[in-house]
Design a protein around this ligand. Structure first.
Ligand SMILES: O=C(COP(=O)(O)O)N(O)CCCCOP(=O)(O)O
Ligand code: NA
Ligand SMILES: [Zn+2]
Length: 305
């Protein structure tokens, strides 16, 4: 069933488990996400960035809404990294049940102002809101403390931000970053900071940049002709721990992109004569479903629907 972000995330925060928020850009990705959630009896969030909306528009949103509505587990459709009040409202008009207003690159005051505007409008329509405080960005071990603090979310500011905006859930900067290169070796994630913020703030917390970039997928990507540097993602153990301390929404896009590409490349390199799209995108869907299944196991959302 299609539900709001709060319907899924408030129980997740209370139950100390994480719910995957997986980005989609087509039908097969959407099916891999929602069908796997049904198989595992797990709630799930399907999210579309503004780039995905540009790519697939209402056509793609309708595919998500239709599959989510018929699904036997709770599914929310979330606007990822909404960049303006207007775009957040447009997404609600398209049928989204959760929207992010990402004004974290503005000053604290401007971020509060913009976020509060979206919260008021979205709440008037029964839609949940994600906002962000702090700067997403890979933190290398050598970064000096004050520079690190400039990036990461300040616990005291988080309390004030939540009070002044009424945001339903909050994306915090804890050392993760988008993409396949999250730092040398085991990417840094500031567990103490998550724990501190989780103690002070009771709403669900959001971790962006949470793809694991699993070595097995990276290996298959290279073996099927892909080119990728020394990619690294967030360790499963770090994600599991983060969900014990208040992280409830866990954003994953890169892992699905890698999985889809691996599926397509492996078919096309193994069977150069193949040109039936179902024989290309079908196997890609299976690889993605495997990624979704692994992630739900790590986050602890299996059986929670
Ligand atoms: O936090 C994440 C994903 O993090 P990840 O890269 O670790 O998967 N996200 O919010 C996904 C960001 C997707 C942006 O995609 P566009 O190219 O459409 O703008
Ligand atoms: Na988001
Ligand atoms: Zn993000």
């Amino acid at each position: 069933m299609l539900v709001t972000g709060n319907d899924i995330l408030v129980p997740a925060r209370a139950g100390k488990y994480g719910v995957g928020a997986f980005n989609t850009n087509n039908m097969e990705i959407t099916q891999a996400i929602i069908h796997t959630a049904e198989k595992l009896r797990s709630p799930v969030i399907v999210q579309m960035s503004e780039g995905a909306i540009k790519y697939g528009g209402q056509d793609l949103a309708n595919i998500v809404i239709d599959i989510a509505t018929r699904a036997t587990v709770p599914v929310a459709l979330h606007l990822d990294h909404g960049s303006s009040y207007e775009n957040a409202l447009k997404a609600i008009k398209m049928g989204f049940t959760s929207v992010m207003i990402d004004a974290s690159h503005h000053s604290f005051e401007e971020n509060v102002r913009e976020t509060r505007r979206v919260v008021e409008a979205a709440h008037a329509m029964g839609i949940s809101v994600e906002s962000e405080l702090g700067r997403l960005g890979g933190i290398e071990e050598h970064v000096v403390v004050d520079e690190k603090d400039a990036f990461l979310t300040d616990p005291g500011e988080a309390v004030q931000f939540v009070e002044e905006t009424g945001t339903d859930y909050l994306a915090i900067a804890i050392g993760t970053s988008h993409g396949a290169y999250k730092g040398k070796g085991r990417p840094y994630i500031d567990q103490a900071r998550i724990e501190r913020i989780g103690e002070l703030v009771s709403i669900p917390l959001v971790a962006h940049g949470s793809s694991g970039v699993p070595a097995e997928i990276v290996g298959r990507f290279r073996d099927s002709g892909g080119e990728i540097g020394d990619a690294a993602g967030i360790a499963d153990e770090d994600l599991r721990l983060a969900c014990q301390h208040g992280i409830a929404k866990v954003n994953v896009d890169t892992d699905l992109r890698l999985a889809m590409t691996v599926g397509v490349r492996e078919v096309l390199t193994k069977n150069p004569k193949e040109f039936d799209p179902r024989k290309v995108f079908g196997p890609a869907r299976e690889v993605m479903a495997g990624i979704v299944e692994h992630k739900m196991g790590v986050l602890g959302s299996v059986g929670k629907a």
